[in-house]
Design a protein around this ligand. Structure first.
Ligand code: HEM
Length: 459
């Protein structure tokens, strides 16, 4: 058989096997492409790429699908949104604001929400997808911590994952700052104060980033390209690198029969996994759309336009910013004056604390290596019960974040349950120090007892 015919034959068999069909309508097109470009052998191997079966792997996929949904709905929003703070007199269909002087940005979001067909649905799908995106990323990250998936050879991919959490959260903050309503303006004012609080460079940095004293008048026009282009491009790049590395290094898998660091047990990409994952994409899009249809989010017309002298009560940021808000609310107003240098109280919870959280989080694979001296390659995950210390620390970390998050909504909790707000805040300040170690110790003890019982049963 000539070389060309043998390649044809291989390609036919490869496609037939991969798609599970004898006669495929795409075969002539595939043959033409292979004759001109080659690569059927590689493609055949990659179409059989094995994905381990576990619900845990779905978390990363949810995040990826949310990004796709955000880009698709974001393009729709960008057709109508106008990034300008120039004043305009409102003459749209929302009667309570008739005749009010508002910014063009706010005006365009009101129009999107109340006058553009499907505009409100698109806004709400976009917003819900952002909330689900960060949620999926964080649970995905916690799964990495609990199962030690960050060990060699996946250290770099772990770093990419933590960076994604940061960038997506930042882009969410930029996104909900765009409509120029009272809530988003209040968030931006806090962001300005946080930047300004950094010793020595703060004021200059704030002027550089915000275009002068807040409100500078040109801020939305600055944020807009960052939100729709710079950060999405960075996120797309990191996501591509994350998936590329995942493909090359293969998935990790939970321990089970026949599984080892060298043998992966699971489903081939084509046809089963590809079909399943397409179904998941549609499911995630469906769930975000259902949330958007039935659960109102960010009704900016009710908040009113941003005015520096106005303030709302019970103002809440999006949930993934709640922990930072909580830290700021819990910090006593201890401004420190050293000679001519003033360090405002907000610097500690809003700049130092995030640094103290994210630096060790980025370093987890290396901290783990120092603690365990385990530098080997691992494809099989550990179960949380197999390493009580690691799981206890992760549980303590979750408790720590939960306290911060609850503190971010302390006024709402106090109002709903009829508690005294200052007393509740004091309780949270105690919990900030006491709950994480308590949760870690209890988790450790429970896992040790379980491990001992398990060892006795096995014996
Ligand atoms: C990681 C990706 C992204 C996240 C987390 C995100 C998040 C958000 C959020 C939370 C809002 C506020 C929505 C609201 O008003 O209730 C928003 C607004 C907006 N986003 Fe995005 N977004 C992302 C990507 C994009 C992309 C790629 C585009 C355009 C191609 C885009 C265009 C817009 C526009 C025009 C608005 C303002 C309109 C409005 O607020 O209704 N976004 N974004």
């Amino acid at each position: 058989m000539s070389r060309d015919r043998r390649q044809d034959h291989d390609l036919k068999r490869g496609l037939g096997n991969a798609f599970g069909v004898r006669r495929s309508p795409i075969r002539p097109a595939a043959r033409w492409l292979d004759t001109n470009l080659g690569g059927s052998g590689l493609l055949r191997a990659e179409l059989r790429h094995i994905f381990p079966d576990s619900w845990a792997f779905f978390l990363g996929e949810i995040a990826m699908f949310c990004f796709i949904i955000l880009v698709a709905t974001g393009i729709f929003l960008a057709l109508f949104f106008q990034a300008s703070e120039a004043p305009v007199v409102y003459d749209g269909s929302y009667a309570p604001l008739a005749g009010a002087e508002i910014s063009i940005a706010y005006d365009s979001v009101l129009e999107l929400s109340l006058d553009v067909p499907a505009g409100l649905l698109m806004r709400q799908v976009h917003h819900w997808a952002a909330l689900v995106f960060v949620g999926a990323l964080i649970i995905h990250l916690l799964r990495m911590l609990l199962t030690a998936a960050y060990r060699r050879p996946r250290r770099i991919n772990y770093l990419i994952g933590v960076s994604l959490v940061l960038l997506v959260g930042m882009n969410g903050l930029m996104g909900y700052s765009l409509p120029d309503d009272l809530l988003s303006g209040t968030g931006l004012r806090i962001a300005f104060s946080i930047t300004e609080s950094i010793p020595f460079i703060g004021p200059a940095l704030a002027t550089l980033l915000f275009g002068g004293e807040f409100p500078s008048g040109g801020l939305i026009a600055r944020i807009y390209p960052v939100h729709i282009f710079l950060l999405p491009a960075a996120i797309a790049g990191l996501l591509g690198a994350h998936l590329g590395l995942l493909w090359l290094q293969r998935h990790t898998q939970f321990p089970g029969p026949g599984r080892s660091d060298r043998v992966i047990v699971g489903t081939p990409m084509v046809p089963a996994y590809a079909l399943r994952t397409t179904g998941y994409l549609l499911m995630v899009a469906g769930v975000c759309t259902a949330f958007a249809a039935f659960a109102q989010i960010n009704p900016v017309w009710l908040y009113g336009p941003y005015r520096a002298w106005d303030a709302t009560t019970a103002a809440q940021p999006d949930w993934y910013m709640g922990w930072l808000e909580g830290a700021v609310r819990m910090m006593p107003g201890w401004d420190i004056q050293i000679g001519g240098l003033l360090i405002p109280a907000i610097f500690w919870p809003a700049v130092v604390l995030p640094g103290l959280i994210f630096t060790p989080l980025f370093l987890v694979p290396w901290i783990d290596w120092v603690a365990t001296r385990d530098g080997a390659f691992h494809n099989v995950l550990m179960l949380p019960g197999q390493h009580p210390v690691r799981s206890a620390l992760t549980a303590g970390f979750i408790a720590f974040l939960t306290v911060l998050l609850v503190a971010g909504g302390n006024d709402v909790f106090a109002f709903v349950y009829g508690w005294s707000q200052p007393a509740f805040l004091t309780v949270l300040q105690y919990l900030f120090f006491l709950l994480p170690p308590a949760v870690a110790v209890v988790t450790y003890a429970l896992l040790r007892v379980r491990a001992r019982r398990w060892a006795t049963t096995v014996r």
